[in-house]
Design a protein around this ligand. Structure first.
Ligand SMILES: NC(=O)c1ccc[n+]([C@@H]2O[C@H](COP(=O)([O-])OP(=O)(O)OC[C@H]3O[C@@H](n4cnc5c(N)ncnc54)[C@H](O)[C@@H]3O)[C@@H](O)[C@H]2O)c1
Length: 315
């Protein structure tokens, strides 16, 4: 069945581990696509996950066809989400995964492109900014159709923490983390708002700079704290990936801090990194350039340098 002719949205998920399955479960519960194909090097795992997920379909908000497939199913996919690869072990940084996951990715992308796939890629595997670059290079697709989950999860973590701190619905909190999805990321406090008030304009009695800094450090290090306790993080990233998927398939033109290719923006090029970008059915419509202050600019530049240095041996 050619899903494009029938205007059916087909999403293929590569990697049915903890992150992939959290994404799949959330996709079904939010009724986002009509077809969801699961692929994993461990075929028994993707088969078992498809069987289990199918049993919940009578309770889903809309019909969805879920099956364990092959790379041939990628041909007519609108979106391919990659969560395959190795995850961080306790104490390991995301950047330490680079060599092993780049090797896995080169093989996966070759298999996908051999199917004739011509849609959009969404990458979550770590280190996500570098693997998004690898996906772009290996696929040969236009840069706007290769997207990394970037700092979408980190920005969500920041919004959650600020919402709790100010006792405000997180949907009324706007705050962005940009840079590498990892140790060198940074918050853009100058663009943060809670309710209708800009954070920086709050009176001193409402705004404690030290607690803001603590909030950021906890957000930056959240994955380490969770991995120490339960071995992996997956629900938050699963829901973040669904949020990006909806922005694409529903042509939302919404702003999310995805990992995007920089072509001169922020004074950098030839790197994928988390920045606010407008997302729609074509992928990344545009990268939004925030006017960073001097300190933020230095931190962002450092993040780019770290990514480029780490990328050198594998690109
Ligand atoms: N971007 C983010 O914000 C974010 C958040 C959490 C985790 N992650 C990353 O997501 C990735 C997956 O994490 P996880 O916890 O789901 O790991 P996991 O070990 O539970 O799952 C990984 C899956 O990938 C499969 N796989 C490995 N090689 C493959 C190949 N060549 N082809 C197809 N499938 C293959 C494995 O069989 C496994 O099922 C990790 O790199 C992790 O660091 C990213």
């Amino acid at each position: 069945m050619d899903s494009r002719n029938k205007k059916v949205n087909r999403v293929v998920l590569i990697g049915t581990g903890a992150v992939g399955c959290s994404y799949a479960y959330s996709m079904i519960n939010q009724g986002v696509a009509e077809e969801l194909v699961l692929i994993d090097v461990n075929e028994a795992k993707s088969e078992g996950e498809a069987m289990d997920l199918n049993h919940g379909i009578p309770f889903a908000p809309s019909p969805i066809n879920v099956w364990s497939g092959t790379y041939q199913d990628c041909e007519t996919a609108d979106l391919i989400v990659i969560t395959a690869g190795l995850a961080q072990k306790p104490g390991e940084t995301r950047l330490q995964l680079v060599e092993k996951n780049t090797k896995i990715f080169k093989e996966i992308i070759k298999n996908i492109m051999a199917s004739g796939f011509d849609g959009i890629f969404l990458v979550a595997t770590n280190p996500v900014d570098i693997l998004t670059y690898v996906t772009w290079k290996e696929s040969g697709l236009p840069k706007e159709r290769v997207i990394g989950s970037g700092t979408v999860l980190d920005s969500a973590r920041l919004r959650t923490a600020l919402g709790q701190h100010f006792n405000m619905d997180t949907r009324n909190v706007h705050a962005y983390i940009i840079g590498e999805h990892g140790d060198t990321e940074l918050p853009v406090w100058s663009r943060a708002s809670v309710g209708v008030e800009r954070l920086e304009e709050l009176p001193a009695e409402k705004l404690n700079r030290e607690s803001l800094e603590n909030i950021f450090v906890n957000v930056r290090d959240a994955a380490y704290h969770i991995i120490e306790r339960k071995g992996a993080t997956y629900y938050g990233i699963g829901m973040s990936l669904v949020r990006i998927t909806k922005a694409i398939l529903n042509n939302e033109n919404c702003i999310l801090t995805v990992s995007s290719y920089l072509d001169g923006q922020y004074g950098h090029q030839d790197v994928f990194i988390g920045v606010p970008a407008v997302i729609n059915r074509g992928g990344i419509r545009e990268v939004i350039e925030i006017d960073l202050n001097e300190k933020e600019k230095q931190q962002f530049d450092h993040s780019v340098i770290v990514l480029k240095e780490t990328m050198k041996p594998v690109i």
